[in-house]
Design a binder for this molecule. Structure first.
Ligand code: PHE
Ligand code: FE
Length: 274
């Protein structure tokens, strides 16, 4: 899965997944046998096209970990990825029918369980799909769960989400997720690179986010990110840049309760506001 429904879920369409399959915590079994040859082929073609353009655009840590997803020719079995992932960072993938509500999402993250949508887009959605599917969730998010710093950060984020839910501050925290985990850029020794899953799973936005002169790129500031609205159906107009994954930790170590209280009184920035 990607993010809580408040993030992608603004669409009017009902979600595609079959939620009758889900348990109380929204997880379900990955029905691997149900994938068709066409489903595996869609995954394979998406994987080949996207992995070919990673050098020079994707974060070094992402490129290094990508092969740990396993064979590119077919949709991985989550249990197979889990053997490697659990050994590396004690994270586990769990299947879900699609987007799930905020609190169950945060609960899974806090328990080092990453929800992955198990169905794949239709061939006619090859270029773009609004709802996260297994390609976005696996290819975009899972490689960096093998990174110890990002792995710990995601658990902290889940715990922070449960707290934000109690404080009615999910929208602010969701923006932080959006501008880091989904659309974050990182300054590496070799240059600017992408580490956000929404970028890394997008054929068009990956080169756009790193190279286009159009969007603005700001150094990550909690306050600025939490006050900046975002678009879910176009390339981002604002990206936030970090200098290393440790910076996410340092920036978010503080107690957010006073921050939420202060930001509530301040105006928001439009998605592309300078
Ligand atoms: N420090 C945040 C809080 O007190 C929790 C958090 C950690 C949020 C990491 C995001 C990422 O609420
Ligand atoms: Fe996502």
């Amino acid at each position: 899965m990607a993010v809580q429904p408040a993030v992608y879920g603004a669409s009017e369409r009902p979600p595609r997944g079959d939620y009758t399959r889900a348990r109380d915590d929204y997880t379900c079994a990955q029905d691997w046998a149900a994938y068709t040859a066409q489903d595996h082929d869609t995954y394979h073609r998406l994987y080949l096209r996207q992995s070919a353009q990673l050098p020079g655009l994707a974060s070094e840590a992402f490129i290094a970990a990508l092969p740990l997803l396993g064979a590119k020719e077919r949709i991985p079995r989550f249990d197979d990825v889990n053997e490697r992932l659990y050994r590396a960072t004690r994270w586990q993938l769990v299947a879900v029918p699609g987007l799930i509500p905020e609190v169950p999402f945060f609960r899974l993250l806090a328990a080092r369980k990453f929800p992955v949508t198990d169905w794949i887009r239709r061939p006619e959605e090859f270029e773009y799909i609004v709802e996260p599917d297994v390609f976005h969730d696996l290819f975009g998010h899972v490689p960096l769960l093998f990174n110890p710093v990002l792995a710990d950060y995601m658990q902290r984020y889940g715990e922070g989400g449960l707290k934000a839910a109690r404080l009615g501050a999910c929208e602010m925290l969701a923006r932080l997720y959006w501008y880091t985990i989904e659309f974050g850029l990182i300054r590496e020794a070799a240059g600017l690179r992408a580490y956000g899953a929404g970028i890394l799973s997008s054929h068009g936005e990956l080169p756009y986010s790193v190279r286009s002169p159009e969007p603005q790129r700001l150094p990550l500031s909690l306050e600025r990110a939490m006050r900046t609205r975002y678009k879910i159906d176009s390339y981002q107009q604002t990206y936030f840049v970090i200098d290393g994954f440790e910076q996410l930790f340092d920036l978010t170590a503080q107690d957010f309760e006073p921050l939420y209280a202060r930001l509530r009184g301040l105006p928001e920035f439009a998605a592309g506001a300078g």
